[in-house]
Design a binder for this molecule. Structure first.
Ligand SMILES: [Zn+2]
Length: 182
């Protein structure tokens, strides 16, 4: 088979870019408009107290949901629908079939309503095969280490340690410190 990204490099420079274009198309139509998913959301949503204090007077209740992981209430806009069993990744052309099936064969019992932070952590834990606790710590360490070097070093020294020399070592140090509850 002629590979589309080789035939038309002006459209897709690499296989990864080609796959990203397919994933986007599937997500924006087959997933966003999947009637099974939409009905799941309709059944799972509940009226919650309007978290926006200013708007609460005129509109005391809004549509929201309870996150299945952290059990907190969120407005629907801040929630996402998760595949309980883990989403199929699409890293190679051969993955297309499985990826599409995961979207079009979905059943309501396969779905869960999660808040965005919990969904990110769950997806990360599945991708790197670690516990959700460890994934939450990794995410936090990534956020801390996104700052400039002096800020990261300050974070470390403030908690009583000497910062490691390289970016990579500091990232590992922050992860360990978070695990130790520092
Ligand atoms: Zn949550």
């Amino acid at each position: 088979m002629n590979k589309p990204w080789e035939l038309y490099p002006q459209f897709w420079k690499t296989e990864a870019m080609y796959l990203s274009w397919i994933r986007g198309g599937i997500r924006r139509y087959l997933w966003a408009k999947n009637p099974v998913k939409l009905e799941f959301v309709k059944e799972a949503r509940v009226m919650i107290q309007n978290p926006n204090v200013k708007l609460r007077k005129g509109r005391p209740k809004v549509w929201g949901g309870v996150c299945e992981i952290c059990k907190k209430e969120y407005i629907l806009k801040n929630m996402e629908v998760d595949h309980r069993t883990g989403e199929y990744s699409m890293r190679k052309i051969e993955d297309i079939q499985k990826f599409v099936e995961g979207i079009v064969f979905v059943r309501k019992e396969d779905l869960a309503l999660l808040c965005k932070p919990c969904h990110k952590i769950k997806t990360y834990s599945e991708r790197f095969e670690m516990s959700q606790e460890d994934a939450a710590i990794e995410k936090e360490a990534i956020a801390i280490c996104k700052g400039k070097a002096p800020a990261v070093k300050l974070w470390i020294t403030k908690r009583g340690e000497t910062p490691a020399r390289t970016v990579k070592e500091r990232r590992e140090q922050v992860t360990r410190m978070l695990k130790e509850g520092k």
